[in-house]
Design a protein around this ligand. Structure first.
Ligand code: PMV
Length: 308
């Protein structure tokens, strides 16, 4: 039996602007994860058991664009696995789906690692990441690649699309509370809406993206220097720019306001927006009270995570 696990992730700074070449920062969230175990099967076929999504099926019965089938088929094609071995694959995940916590990328990475090592192929992180990016593109149109990157390396990353992936050190650990609106929103749609704005008035939006990029750049320096108390204001500024892009929502704004009122140093939406999650920076001791305040303001779930 071969097992593999991959964490969830949150984007700290730079979503949307990252699609236009500006830097973004993302960190793993170890409290939630996707887990895969692969074992040889006595029955012929590849038997997939994913109880969280109510999937119990043999690979050949799934449509070829099914997210799990496409990972297996593309990986076996890449590795030239032929004929297909008989396997049992169990997939579980505690990462909420379609809420900006990287659930799709985590399943892809854990499944790719478990399958390749079960079949004795040793893939590097770079290879896993490149493969996971191809899978993300199949399902999400034009993703920047930040999700698969942070989930593959399971480290804080400073990411510039197509150019630079740098993992970086956290000077001093800091605490983030994640609040989930419970509203699932398609990142593809908010990315498409921002693209329409940009096409209409490129110079205006390039200026907005530049401001976001500067925030990400500064935030990385602040985190490396262990001065996380300075991140709150940067989060607030980044949220305001995301509002200007039209990717926040009344529910996200309500949670962001509630977080600030309950003592967060700063707060912003995280990920594609419109629904999904927001994040708030808080002193560790105040995190439980902040989580309560978010639940009272309508959050469906909260996660307290320490970065670093
Ligand atoms: O919704 P998430 O967490 O998958 O993040 C999307 C981030 C965007 O910048 C909006 C899109 C992208 O591909 O980077």
């Amino acid at each position: 039996m071969t097992i593999s696990s991959a964490p969830g992730k949150i984007i700290l700074f730079g979503e949307h602007a990252v699609v236009y070449g500006r830097p973004a920062l993302a960190v793993p969230v170890a409290q939630v994860h996707a887990d895969v175990d692969v074992s040889d099967s006595a029955r012929a076929g590849i038997w997939i058991d994913a109880p969280d999504v109510n999937l119990h099926a043999e690979l050949n019965t799934l449509p070829s664009d099914h997210p799990i089938a496409s990972v297996i088929n593309n990986l076996f094609f890449l590795l030239r696995v032929s004929p297909f071995p008989s396997l049992n694959i169990k997939i579980t995940s505690t990462i909420p789906v379609a809420s900006g916590l990287g659930s799709g990328a985590a399943v892809t990475v854990a499944l790719t690692r478990a399958l390749s090592s079960h079949l004795n192929y040793s893939l590097t992180d770079e290879e896993i990441n490149a493969f996971a990016y191809e899978i993300e593109k199949l399902h999400h149109g034009t993703p920047s690649g930040i999700d698969n990157t942070v989930v593959t390396y399971a480290r804080a990353v400073y990411f510039i699309k197509g150019q630079r992936i740098e993992t970086f050190k956290i000077g001093e650990p800091f605490t983030i509370v994640i609040g989930d609106t419970g509203i699932s929103a398609l990142t593809r749609e908010s990315v498409g809406d921002v693209r329409r704005l940009w096409l209409y008035d490129k110079s205006r939006w390039e200026t907005v993206f530049d401001k976001v990029g500067e925030i990400s750049f500064t935030a990385r320096r602040v985190i490396e220097a262990g001065k996380s108390e300075m991140l709150g204001e940067l989060m607030n500024e980044n949220h305001a720019l995301l509002q200007v892009m039209g990717v926040s929502s009344p529910e996200l704004d309500k949670l962001v306001e509630a977080a600030r009122a309950a003592g967060a140093t700063g707060a912003k939406l995280s990920g594609g927006g419109r629904g999904g999650n927001m994040i708030a920076l808080v002193e560790k001791g105040k995190a439980p009270a902040l989580a309560e305040a978010l639940l009272s303001a309508g959050a469906k779930r909260t996660i307290v995570t320490t970065v670093g």
